[in-house]
Design a protein around this ligand. Structure first.
Ligand code: XMP
Length: 327
């Protein structure tokens, strides 16, 4: 089937539940026609795009969809669990969950160079997915959460940047039901499909995950500290309402320690660096002004609750000159 890769000029922006329902009904019909009684495979990261594609396909072809969720050990706290709860349990999807944490972390041990880390994560992701795909029999289609900006920017920054890039020699026909939609439309469709608000309005999260927020060689203890500190930041942003209007916020934990004091004793630890930025296109970004009271609460909680962290810093650098991520 020839896929349309240009958004028709007269295609209305999907901004309401009614328009989303209409889109969903059309897609369900088209997907059923395209797929028939065959099987479809989807790499489900838990991000907005792949989650919406999964929910659409579940509605259209149910158990003919096989979702594979690869946990590369670099997910944020609770993310893989949410994928299992929503897709495996609530939506009763055919979900294959692979905990590949050890494979990834073993390969990354001792690797400091950012691009090398990215290559390892991307390469291993393809390997794990490929191994799983070859175990499954009778798959004809590969679904992907490609969205319109991905098509527009396919020769730009994002293509080489994404971990979800799958092997080119896979002999599957592509299914890309949201390829003509912009991100805001994907979200409206996701809500209309009944996906949780937190999943649909999730802030951007890079494919290599916490791997790009753990500068230097990743160790399990520092990665654990990063994940816990990040969870506290997200919780506090949710509580004070900042989560609703800050575009992206996270913690980075670099690989150096400084001396601190805890319970009257020397306590060496890493700093946790807070990044909270606003942007429209991620090409440039400004710094969100976080109230001091919130910064104090976050600092108190992270230093008290996270083993190995003895300082909390707030990065005030806009992009440019800093990038958004810390790698
Ligand atoms: P930087 O750090 O370059 O990030 O200012 C710009 C935006 O891109 C996100 N980012 C990624 N997104 N795959 C993605 O889909 C990736 O590998 C990746 N790396 C960075 C980053 O989170 C920010 O929103």
């Amino acid at each position: 089937m020839e896929l349309l890769n240009k958004r028709p000029d007269d295609m209305a922006r999907i901004t309401t539940k009614e328009l989303a329902d209409k889109f969903i009904a059309e897609q369900v019909k088209e997907l059923r026609e395209q797929i028939g009684d065959k099987k479809v495979l989807l790499a489900l990261s838990g991000g907005v795009d792949s989650s919406v594609v999964a929910a659409l396909l579940i509605k259209a072809v149910g158990k003919q969809l096989i979702c594979v969720h690869v946990n590369h050990g670099l997910m944020r706290k609770g993310e893989s669990e949410q994928v299992i709860a929503v897709f495996g349990k609530e939506l009763d999807a055919n979900l294959v969950y692979i905990d590949a944490t050890d494979r990834f972390l073993d390969l990354l041990a001792g690797v400091c160079e950012p691009e090398k880390k990215r290559k390892i994560i991307g390469g291993e992701f393809i390997k794990v997915f490929d191994e799983e795909a070859s175990k499954l029999k009778g798959i004809s289609f590969l679904a992907q959460g490609t969205i319109y900006p991905d098509i527009l920017e396919s020769d730009g920054v994002k293509a080489h940047h994404n971990v979800g890039g799958l092997p080119e020699d896979m002999q599957f026909e592509l299914v890309e039901p949201v390829r003509l939609l912009y991100k805001d439309e994907v979200r409206v469709v996701g809500e209309a499909l009944g996906l949780p608000h937190a999943m649909v309005y999730r802030q951007p999260f890079p494919g290599p995950g916490l791997g790009v927020r753990c500068p230097g060689a990743i160790t399990r203890d520092r990665l654990h500290a990063l994940r816990e500190a990040d969870a506290i930041l997200r919780e506090e942003f949710d509580k004070c309402g900042l989560a609703e209007h800050v575009w992206q916020y996270f913690i980075a934990v670099p690989d150096f320690k400084s001396v601190g004091v805890r319970d009257g004793k020397r306590y060496e630890g890493w700093p946790a660096i807070i990044r909270a930025v606003n942007t429209t296109d991620a090409m440039s970004a400004t710094i969100e002004e976080i109230p001091y009271a919130v910064l104090h609460t976050i600092t108190a909680r992270i230093t008290a609750e996270v083993e190995g962290i003895n300082r909390v810093l707030y990065d005030l650098t806009p992009k440019p000159i800093g990038t958004i991520e810390w790698e």
